[in-house]
Design a protein around this ligand. Structure first.
Ligand code: AMP
Ligand code: GLY
Length: 426
């Protein structure tokens, strides 16, 4: 098979690495890819939003499967655009991708299918007074969320009423999130630990992969601003076999069934961001794609053939035996540019990338190559990942941090406590 992966981050490097091991693979392309994917695939300089060029490339190179990594092209309809031309795509239609791009759509889907989630009300920007009336009756803290995509920044947790009023003013009057915040949700605050689970689905059947835990905040002990994710580990001991079954039955099955019933089956990776509360698992959010950096720890744990799995989902006959998890653990520490998620400098040479250890994977995310040197080129630069055959998370964490010591660039920053929370459960 000839396969094209759309995207250029750490997630796409992880997808490329797993797919590159498949016996079914002939040629692998990354559009546009990064210096990490260049070692295992052919990078093609086509942007993720250039639908016409992507289509033309697929036709000219007889692509058998397109795997779309990031949410934006999914939301903008790249899957639909390619499917009309009879190209197999792993990734949902723009309609099904609304599960991520509209929180109001996701909530209504959950309500229709009785999926456990925080209670909420939604408001439009012209409903300022009714939103204040509602807030007056709320128990605090409350969570205020922009309906649309806001680069992970559209969720504000408000401890007090005046803070909440100020936030809805910023959403609806100051329009800090533009169109994305013109509709917003006021949501019950849920306490608990968070976990991410991916379900690979052909629109009807699904397979849930081992649960991971992300570390969204920039600072240690989950402090400071939200980021795309500063590290992850899998499997998380937070999710027992019983909880996993509960998530499958109460969350994935009803949502996948509901979307099919509405005539828009979800084909791809459905990502459930969960809060494990005292009352059981509840949905914080859905994403319409693989998570980043969760993919970097989940995929290397799978035995079998990831390409076979994705192709079978894309072509409507999910192969339930294509992959399995039978043990092992993985820890990924994201190495970032100091200043991220706000302003940061780039263009610094990265040294120490030549680590030769079968238990370590160095995923590239925000890097670029210039005159034979690898330079920093983004906020999240690398994902230093250990993968062990044993379930010793402590050892996996130590291995990842040992490897990081060998890597250097100006303004390097990373969290020192990735996977620490898990050790409490062991
Ligand atoms: P989201 O973009 O919806 O995933 O929200 C970003 C982060 O905000 C989540 O990972 C949670 O840490 C937090 N969050 C969102 N909704 C809630 C909620 N209802 N209760 C508590 N925390 C939440
Ligand atoms: N790691 C969070 C996300 O991919 O959205």
């Amino acid at each position: 098979m000839n396969v094209a992966i759309v995207g250029s981050g750490g997630r796409e490097h992880a997808l490329a690495l797993s797919i590159s091991k498949s016996n079914l693979l002939d040629r692998l392309f990354c559009l546009p890819g990064n210096p990490g994917t260049k070692k295992i695939a052919t990078n093609i300089q086509i942007g993720i939003n250039d639908f016409e060029k992507i289509l033309q490339f697929c036709k000219e190179n007889k692509i058998d499967l397109v795997v779309i990594g990031p949410e934006q092209p999914l939301v903008d309809g790249l899957s639909d655009y390619l499917r009309v031309e009879n190209i197999n795509v792993f990734g949902p239609s723009s309609y099904a991708a609304k599960i991520e791009s509209s929180k109001s759509f996701a909530k209504s889907l959950m309500n229709k299918s009785s999926v456990p989630t925080a209670s909420y009300r939604e408001f439009n920007s012209n409903e300022f007074n009714s939103a204040i009336d509602y807030l007056n009756d709320c128990k605090f803290p409350v969570v205020i969320k922009a309906d649309g995509l806001a680069a992970g920044k559209g969720v504000i947790i408000c401890e007090k009423l005046d803070e909440a009023i100020n936030t809805i003013k910023e959403f609806s009057v100051d329009k800090i999130f533009g169109e994305a915040g013109q509709k917003y949700l006021i949501e019950e605050f849920m306490s608990g630990e968070e976990a991410s689970i991916f379900a690979i689905t052909d629109g009807e059947d699904f397979i849930a992969l081992p649960a991971a835990q992300d570390h969204k905040r920039i600072g240690e002990n989950d402090t400071g601003k939200n980021t795309g994710g500063m590290g992850a580990y899998a499997p998380t001991p937070l999710i027992s076999k019983e909880l996993e079954d509960e998530v499958q039955h109460k969350i994935f099955r009803p949502i996948i069934k509901q979307l099919k019933k509405e005539g828009h089956p979800f084909i791809g990776c459905l990502y459930a961001g969960l809060m494990i509360t005292k009352e059981g698992p509840k949905v914080v959010e859905f994403n319409c794609r693989f998570g980043d950096p969760e993919t970097q720890v989940v995929l290397p744990l799978l035995e079998g053939d990831v390409l076979k799995l994705l192709f079978s989902a894309a072509t409507g006959k999910l192969d339930m035996d294509a992959v399995r998890y039978s043990g092992g653990c993985s820890v990924c520490v994201v190495v970032a540019s100091e200043g991220y998620p706000d302003k940061f400098e780039k263009g610094f040479e990265i040294t120490g990338l030549d680590i030769d250890d079968p238990q370590i994977i160095i995923y590239h995310a925000g890097t670029t190559e210039k005159e034979g040197k690898i330079l920093t080129n983004g906020g999240r630069v690398l994902g230093i990942t250990s993968v062990l055959k044993s379930n010793n998370l402590l050892e996996a964490r130590n291995k990842a941090y040992e490897a990081i010591k060998k890597i250097n660039f100006k303004n390097i920053y990373y969290r020192k406590d990735i996977a620490s929370k898990a050790l409490r459960y062991l």
